[in-house]
Write a protein that binds this ligand. Sequence first.
Ligand code: 13P
Ligand code: SF4
Length: 357
Amino acid sequence: MSEVPTLESNATLDQTRERMRATLQGIIPDFEIDLKAEIAHHINALKKEMNAVILGHNYMEPALYHSVPDFVGDSLQLSSISANTDAEIIVFCGVWFMGETAKVLSPDKTVLVPSREAGCSLAAGIQVSDVRALKLRYPGAPVVTYVNTYAEVKAESDYCCTSGNADKVLKHLFGLGHDRVIFLPDEYLARNSAKEVGAAYFTAFKDDEEDRVKGAAHTVIGWNVRCEVHELFTVQDVENVRRQYPGVVILAHPECSPGVIAAADVSGSTKVMVDYVEQVAAPRYALFTECSMGDNLAAQFPHREMVRNCSLRCQHMNQITLEDTLEALQKIQYKVELAPDIIARAKAPIDHMLAIR
Ligand code: 13P
Ligand code: SF4
């Protein structure tokens, strides 16, 4: 798990402020650090009193990311932690589908997401009725759903995957003898993963595209939604960064277009990016992903040069603030509630994914 130092729950306000100043100086203004330190201090005291654990996704804003989470990481890392915690309350500082995954894996815990508005364009882009229609249209093809989906959609699928293991899940299914796999909902992750495993790709219900890949040994059938943040990066952006910052290593999230992935140096989940910056020395690094992450890594690894051309912030991740996190604990809100049968059915594809070695 991440090496981000967490503040002790019993740290005094002065200690909290000093630690945040030491980590965040040059990343956010001093007045902001002082204001946020007071809230962080409250939260850390309250979470201890309430036996709560706070999980922070890599896209949280720097003042939150570097002050209250007990653990930080990508969506799946954090869900796995939630499955193994002794805390009674899990506060998931991330978007709603992540809170749902935590609830599926820890149904007996109280799971809170500090804002109801923290959605996701991918999760919102596929419904249960869509999955059922796809199964009817392509009978026999197993359904793989990206972790960025709501529990009801996971409940309709056979396997889950993350941006870190999508190729592994596809290889597993093709290895079992399937020639076609339905992969939902991110079109770009589906295209990039198909390319990675040497499979053909077509978008569901596009008969002309399907005709063009007839005869392929292995085919990925995708859906037509994209991450509203990552789809905005262009190959021109990659070229601009290369021209401006000699020796830069470009790391792109696989929700970016195939062109951007081909132009980048490394493609991987947010965990892959953290590990790369930590472990691989390079003159400098540019992240083609949600932009708070560049700030978080610049604070975490001050000896690394991070290009900080922060331009694309996820409006959903941006809903989660320290203020809302404090209120979440004070009011026990917003609770993730799922019907028991959805929990059971959504857990199966996650278990199938975890069983792949
Ligand atoms: P990770 O699982 O790689 O952290 O990604 C989550 C996400 O929302 C990417 O946009
Ligand atoms: Fe969803 Fe994209 Fe935001 Fe990630 S960055 S939560 S995929 S909208």
